[in-house]
Design a protein around this ligand. Structure first.
Ligand code: ADP
Ligand code: MG
Length: 239
């Protein structure tokens, strides 16, 4: 665990059949940071996330987790190593209760007392969920459902949290709350890789940033510097 990088991705390429979706990209997630990959719809963001979590096998390239090669590892093994995804669209079990959805996050763990402690911690992060534990997840607002999705991921005891467009479908007034939550999670020792179409929020809350266009990383730098670049402002910030 002495590696400088939580994730170090080198020349990663991912295809659907013979059709390339991600072309030989390299990026890293420094420990103790939030790193973002910003890109419009279809750029390849979810494809990158699926490759990092073992849901898709890379065609080429290497993924190192805290310095250890984990390329091509199965999803379950990656979860055990602490790589946990909050998927695009949240993917909750809408008819099941909030409590059941949260417990689902701990499916690979058997340390009951630690699980109970983590559930308590999740409810401290998201006090609004406490009164909703017995409600069907589908009855909650979009923002609260995102909190359940974050909570479920935290129940897996992540070291690296991968967030796929957490602000999609969230009321504008709640987007900043989601941003605060992400920064809070990072301050508590979980390294965060965030992919977003919402460049404004992503660049505001991240340390390092990359711009993904049609499967290629076309720009990289400090998030606050990219937010000032004319190119990024025109293409992604509507300025
Ligand atoms: N299951 C799939 N089969 C074939 N092509 C796909 C599949 N999923 C995504 N793609 C294509 O791969 C590209 C990247 O998609 P995706 O990673 O979902 O982009 P993003 O998450 O940035 O919107 C797009 O051109 C998309 O049409
Ligand atoms: Mg996507």
């Amino acid at each position: 665990m002495s590696a400088e990088f939580a994730l170090e991705v080198t020349d990663l390429a991912v295809n659907y059949g013979t059709v390339p979706a991600v072309n030989s990209i390299s990026f890293s997630l420094r420990r103790g940071t939030v790193t973002t990959i910003v890109g419009s719809n279809g750029a390849g963001k979810s494809t990158v996330m699926k490759a990092l979590t073992g849901l898709l096998k890379p065609a080429r390239g290497r993924v190192a987790l805290f310095g250890q090669d984990v390329t091509g590892m199965e999803p379950d093994a990656l979860v055990r190593k602490g790589v946990v995804l909050v998927p695009e669209g949240r993917r909750l079990f809408k008819l099941m209760t909030v409590a059941e959805n949260l417990e689902m996050g701990a499916y690979q763990r058997s340390d009951a007392s630690a699980i109970a402690r983590d559930l308590e911690r999740v409810l401290e992060y998201f006090p609004a969920l406490r009164a909703k534990l017995k409600s069907p997840a589908g009855s909650l607002s979009g923002g609260q459902q995102q909190m359940v999705a974050f909570g479920r991921a935290l129940m897996a005891s992540p070291k690296v949290l991968l967030l796929d467009e957490p602000t999609i479908g969230i009321a504008p007034a709640v987007v900043d709350v989601i941003g605060d939550i992400i920064q809070n999670i990072a301050r508590n020792g979980v390294d965060v890789l965030l992919v977003e179409q919402n460049a404004e929020l992503a660049l505001e809350i991240s340390d390092d940033a990359y711009i993904l266009e049609r499967g290629d990383l076309v720009l990289r730098g400090k998030a606050h510097e990219l937010a000032k670049s004319e190119e990024v402002q025109k293409a992604y910030l509507g300025i």
